[in-house]
Write a protein that binds this ligand. Sequence first.
Ligand SMILES: O=C(O)CCC(=O)C(=O)O
Ligand SMILES: [Fe+2]
Length: 297
Amino acid sequence: MRITYDESVAKAPAQIERSYGGVATLIQPEEEEVEKRHLLTSAQMAHFVKYGFVKIEDLVPDELNRAVLEDQRRSIGTKWDFWYLSENVRKVFELPQVKGILQSFVGDAPIYDHSFLHRVRGHKTVAQDWHSDSMPDARPFAFDVQAFYWSHDAPLEMGPTMLLPGSHLRKVNIASIGRYKNFVGQLQLPIKAGTITFFHHGLWHCAQPNSTDTDRFVFKLRLRPNQEQIRLFNMDGYDSPEVMQILQKGIIPGATYWQGDFDRLDSVQHARFWRYVTGDNKVDIAFETALTRMHLQ
Ligand SMILES: O=C(O)CCC(=O)C(=O)O
Ligand SMILES: [Fe+2]
């Protein structure tokens, strides 16, 4: 898996590095085949399809977390440039276990879309407005992935990202939902250093206030696919009862059923999305197997 750069969207690190006079040393990574054990499992992909995110802990070793945090505290470059100027943050996305997951979403030649270093200062009492990061998106089921990497622990009082599980296929435009303060079913998960939470680009979310003395950072990398996103993950057991249970009944303990009766319509969307990522046009996880009843392929 190697990230590629579309010159009309964003320059590659090597070019940026030249224009900055060689601030960071660019490692030209070897392209290695991702091992199957590093791919996302069917259960993890099912979680992503149902909820629009999957949180994976212990991906990044402590030493690298500390090195990135040091770069973040020194705030090298601007927030848009952090990717280019922190060799350490690029190393995170070169780890085989991270590349395997990214490849499971967007294939082995994803295109860099943008990245951003978010900082919520200690004692900041204001939350970010609810929003989705999508651009005008004409694709029915193809998706970009947004990797939110945490270099330090972020307990709830430090304001880790709030999200609305299952909102990802309800396309809204940027901050058009910003007038709302709280949603039934919203979820804020405490974070351990070394975690990456992978978001579907349509997921509704917002940063939260930080009541501690310490600044809180999260680094976001957005990649778009360069191919159809079919059968890219470890498909073992994708039609097993355990995976069907995640897709149809859910897995987040105590999750609120915020969709009400619209849940049935969402189940149809999830069913189509599951067909897209599995490439199986017969599998039907919709409420009362709606796709099959409608003879939809
Ligand atoms: O800082 C956060 O928790 C969220 C940042 C955010 O909205 C984004 O990177 O898209
Ligand atoms: Fe965002």
